[in-house]
Each structure stands twice: as structure tokens, then as C-alpha cells.
Design a protein around this ligand. Structure first.
Ligand code: TTP
Length: 228
């Protein structure tokens, strides 16, 4: 049987890198959608809508038999959506507001099959605590340019800034692609990866993931474990 064509609808180098960990071959076809939140839209509804919109937009130019993967990440502070900063001043304001406290990161992942119209999607929530970095550290981090293409103006993976001191959930999801959630969706349509995704993910990200591969093997308990 021919391998199905997988398309990652993303411009994000982090998403490319994370999906690459699953050992799958895929094409990259970024989509361009309006990322303005709707009035009163909650962060989880927002990321879900955008992930599905991105998948549909890319599917318009993809072979019907392909499977399209898309994702969206947002940071929320007390329910307020923090997208990518417009400029250094906004990055500074976001990083100051997030300092020494908890916030939420929501990432939605969508898997779309244009030929059948199947759209499978999930939202992953992670609680994140920022350390009490100084104003000088904020300035030095902004000077690297790293915050500008990231929701909430930070990258958990930036070794120099290392702004996150505690995390309740999924590191890969904060970085842009919840690999276990995606793996579960893909298994549901017969597209299981050939590697042990949680194991590879933890090894690569050097983080202690609360998700065990056994959970993925049992889709019933998996569904409960991933309902966050
Ligand atoms: C919070 C956080 C976000 N991010 C990134 C992930 C996403 O790339 C970005 C959020 O913007 P998104 O709109 O989710 O994604 P994107 O515009 O970069 O890529 P595309 O829509 O083409 O898929 O922020 C990190 O890399 N590290 C982090 O710690």
C-alpha cells in the first residue's frame, strides 16, 4: 500500500522539528489565515478554530488524499489571549506581566483529510510558571529577537533566557506541537508512527513527561489521560 502523503500546514521551524521526531516523512505547506480573536472568544476555542482554519486553508492546494496537520499556540494570562508581540515594547509588556507567576498555554492540533472531509482536532492545556527574571534579562532577551515570532513573547526552549521554572503538562505543546495528542489522532486513522513518540519526545526535549507510552497503547485510557 502507498504511504499516505502528510502535509504540515506550518511556517514554524519548531513544528517542523517536532513532527520530524516522529520519524514520518512530510511536506511543508504553510497556510496564511487571519489570526484575530473573535469578540469574547476563549483561548481554547481560539486555538481550535485557528488550527482547523489553517488545515482547511492548506488543504485547498493539497491533493485530496493527503492528510493535513496544523496547529496553533496561544498564551493566556487570566483568560486574556497574548499572541505574538507587535514590537519590542509589547514584548517587554508581555514578559513583565508573565514574570514570577502562572499562566496558561493552549495548543490545538488538527488533522484534516480533504477527500473524506474528516477533521480531527484536540486542544492541549499546559500550566506554566515563569521565574522572577530581571528587567535586564528581559532587555537582553528582546535584543536577541527571539520573542517576536512567539506567542506570549517567549520561547520555553530558549536556553539563554530559560524563563520557565515549572510546567504542568506538555513541553512540546508549549513549543508548538503536542506530539502525544497528534499521535493519538493519527493512530485513530491508522497512521501510527514507527517510533515510541513519548520516549523520543522526552529524550529530545530532556524533560520529564508525565505521559507514558502505555497510555497511548490503550486508546480508551488515553482519551481520559489527554482530556486536558
Ligand atoms: C509559548 C511558546 C510559543 N512558541 C511558538 C510556537 C508557534 O510557532 C508560535 C505561536 O504562533 P502560531 O500562530 O501558533 O504559529 P506560527 O505562526 O509560528 O506558525 P504556523 O501558524 O505557520 O504554524 O509561538 C515557541 O516556540 N515557544 C514557546 O514557549
Amino acid at each position: 500500500m502507498q504511504k499516505p502523503v502528510l502535509i504540515l500546514a506550518s511556517n514554524s521551524p519548531r513544528r517542523r522539528q517536532l513532527l520530524g521526531l516522529t520519524g514520518r516523512e512530510f511536506l511543508v505547506r504553510p497556510s496564511d489565515v487571519d489570526e484575530t480573536p473573535l469578540p469574547g472568544e476563549t483561548p481554547d476555542a481560539y486555538v481550535l478554530r485557528l488550527a482547523e482554519d489553517k488545515a482547511r486553508a492548506t488543504a485547498e492546494h493539497a491533493p485530496a488524499e493527503a492528510w493535513v496537520i496544523a496547529s496553533d499556540t496561544t498564551v493566556a494570562l487570566e483568560g486574556r489571549i497574548l499572541g505574538k508581540p507587535e514590537d519590542a515594547a509589547e514584548a517587554r509588556a508581555m514578559l513583565t506581566a508573565l514574570r514570577d507567576r502562572m499562566h496558561d498555554v493552549y495548543t490545538a492540533v488538527a488533522l484534516f483529510h480533504p477527500a473524506s472531509g474528516q477533521m480531527l482536532s484536540e486542544v492541549c492545556h499546559t500550566g506554566v510558571h515563569m521565574r522572577a527574571y530581571t528587567d535586564e534579562e528581559i532587555e537582553a532577551y528582546i535584543a536577541t529577537g527571539d520573542p517576536m515570532d512567539k506567542a506570549g513573547a517567549y520561547g520555553i526552549q530558549h536556553a539563554g533566557f530559560s524563563c520557565v521554572d515549572a510546567l504542568d503538562g506538555c513541553y512540546a505543546s508549549v513549543m508548538g506541537l503536542p506530539l502525544c495528542h497528534l499521535e493519538r489522532l493519527m493512530r485513530g486513522v491508522g497512521l501510527a508512527a514507527e517510533v515510541d513518540v513519548p520516549e523520543v519526545c522526552q529524550r529530545f526535549l530532556a524533560y520529564d513527561c508525565p505521559v507514558f507510552s502505555s497510555i497511548l497503547q490503550d486508546s480508551a485510557s488515553g482519551r481520559e489521560a489527554f482530556s486536558s
